[in-house]
Write a protein that binds this ligand. Structure first.
Ligand code: SAH
Ligand code: SF4
Ligand code: F3S
Length: 474
């Protein structure tokens, strides 16, 4: 029996994972696999996983379980778990889920295609050699696990090659590409698993970053999103001079066919205000800042091991607004962290009101094994209180966003047109000369409007007529 050379990939978690999935898609496509949208028709199913909250991990295990029966009955599928959960759990995933054939952490992605091909070969061998009565016998696995320390230089060199030699072959966002400027994180916020599953900070050579952007631009990419867990911590020594994120932005800005540059996520420390000046002066540098606060309480910030004060956070925001008055600001919050009181919660709500975010990502605290908070602090805010506080945060933000968006009515915004809107996609008979389109503003607002196919991939000025808390209509 031949295992189908079609793969399905599902990506959870942050933009780092989305970028990794893009690299995997390119790697497997180069090696003769075809990407498809329906896992039931695929011979290879890949889950790119996130460990940041328990819920994210539970979801993966549920999905993996859905393929257990198919695997046991037909032995016609290779299931691979990659990403942060693979790094965190390693062998345990193989031991507890017999249908899983490959586990590969973020530091070994360059080997994924080989691992998958190995697994395919051994499953095909098994079909050839073994009689039906052997059904249920555990299949032989050819080194199915690749988890290594993320911090040794050799490893980083191999990963660097994977990033720098990639080809653009992504179907989900044809005009936008993520580009890593750094890997890992050194901040060790007490609640966070990321430093354990992504390793210490490693800064890519600036020339590699810029070369990669140039190649992507030649392939038709219009928008570059520079990525790092604390992207503004980037530093790199070139000819004795220390360069930072502002220098990366400046050089990417020089690439002619790049039309937009963004960067995520910023950590509220060591912020080089040159970046805001670039937003104000350079049309391609988007007026957008994603800078998580996590809480509005100074006491909670300390308990989280965030290395800044609320005063400092406010100061960066003030500076941003002073230099770039129309800047869109996004943030993250955690509700119900260990020891959080109603007073702390009130300070969080106050901060949200002060900053007037464009949008926020908020979650209730989820203890992660291996982190300091898990080992040392009691998860002592009851679930119903966590949920109530989370709801207060989200409700407040919804109000702010609805109000904020109303200010756009009657204004003209510049939109990078991404493609047909959801409504157009559902309606297959739509006239391609006149369709509903969707795109984004510099501030990452989603805009829905009527237009033609030819507008896709270009910048257009759209007049806003109507808004909701999530979308602008023009
Ligand atoms: N590097 C980014 C965030 C990466 S994790 C930064 O520091 O800005 C994305 C978000 O998940 C965090 O900002 C935080 O709000 C949330 N998060 C991380 N660990 C969490 C946990 N244990 N429980 C709940 N939310 C968590
Ligand atoms: Fe996690 Fe903190 Fe690093 Fe962000 S800065 S990835 S929250 S440890
Ligand atoms: Fe999740 Fe890993 Fe990103 S834990 S948030 S996918 S770095």
């Amino acid at each position: 029996m031949k295992i189908k050379n079609k793969f399905y990939i599902e990506t959870m978690g942050c933009q780092m994972n989305k970028l990794d999935s893009d690299l995997v898609i390119a790697q497997l496509s180069d090696d003769g696999f075809d990407r498809i949208e329906n896992p039931d028709d695929a011979g290879v199913i890949i889950f790119n996983t996130c460990s940041v909250r328990q819920h994210a991990e539970d979801k993966v295990l549920t999905k993996v379980n859905q393929f257990k029966k198919r695997y046991q009955q037909h032995r016609d599928v290779i299931i691979a778990i990659i990403g942060c959960m693979a790094q965190r759990m390693g062998q345990q995933l193989l031991d507890e889920n017999p249908q899983v054939a490959v586990v590969c952490g973020p530091g070994q992605l360059h080997e994924l295609s080989d691992l998958i091909q190995n697994a395919v070969a051994s499953l095909e061998d098994e079909h050839q050699k073994l009689a039906p009565q052997s059904e249920g016998r555990r299949k032989k696995k050819a080194n199915p696990q690749r988890i290594v320390s993320l911090n040794n230089p050799e490893q980083q060199e191999l990963m660097e090659q994977l990033d720098s030699t990639r080809t653009h072959r992504d179907f989900d966002h044809p005009f936008m590409a993520y580009v890593r400027v750094m890997k890992g994180c050194n901040n060790f916020c007490h609640y966070c698993i990321v430093p354990y599953v992504r390793g210490r900070e490693y800064y890519r050579p600036i020339e590699n970053i810029v070369d990669e952007c140039k190649r992507l631009a030649d392939d038709g990419i219009k928008e570059i999103i520079l990525l790092g867990q604390a992207v503004n911590s980037y530093k790199y020594i070139e000819k004795g001079k220390t360069l930072n994120l502002a220098d990366v932005i400046e050089r990417v800005n020089e690439i002619d066919s790049v039309q937009r540059i963004r960067f995520v996520t910023s950590y509220p420390r060591d912020f080089d205000y040159r970046i805001f000046e670039m937003m104000a002066a350079m049309p391609k540098v988007c007026s957008y800042l994603h800078m998580p606060a996590q809480t509005g309480s100074g006491k909670m910030l300390k308990a989280m091991n965030r290395h800044y004060t609320i005063g400092r956070y406010d100061e960066i925001i003030e500076k941003a607004r002073e230099i770039v008055p129309d800047i869109a600001i996004a943030g993250d919050f955690i509700a119900g962290y260990c020891g959080e009181t109603e007073q702390d919660q009130q300070q969080t709500l106050d901060l949200i009101k002060r900053v007037r975010y464009k949008n926020i990502f908020a979650f209730f605290y989820s203890p992660r094994p291996g982190t300091k908070a898990y080992d040392k602090f009691e998860d002592n805010v009851p679930m119903e209180i966590k949920k109530r506080r989370l709801k207060e945060i989200l409700d407040l933000q919804n109000e702010i966003a609805a109000e904020y968006n109303q200010n756009f009515i009657g204004k003209t915004v510049e939109v990078l047109v991404e493609g047909p809107s959801k409504k157009t996609k559902q309606n297959e008979t739509a006239d391609s000369n006149h369709i509903q389109l969707t795109g984004r503003t510099q501030g990452d607002h989603i805009v829905v409007f009527d237009g033609t196919k030819e507008m896709i991939g270009t910048l257009k000025n759209i007049k806003i007529e109507k808004t909701t808390s999530l979308t602008l209509f023009g």
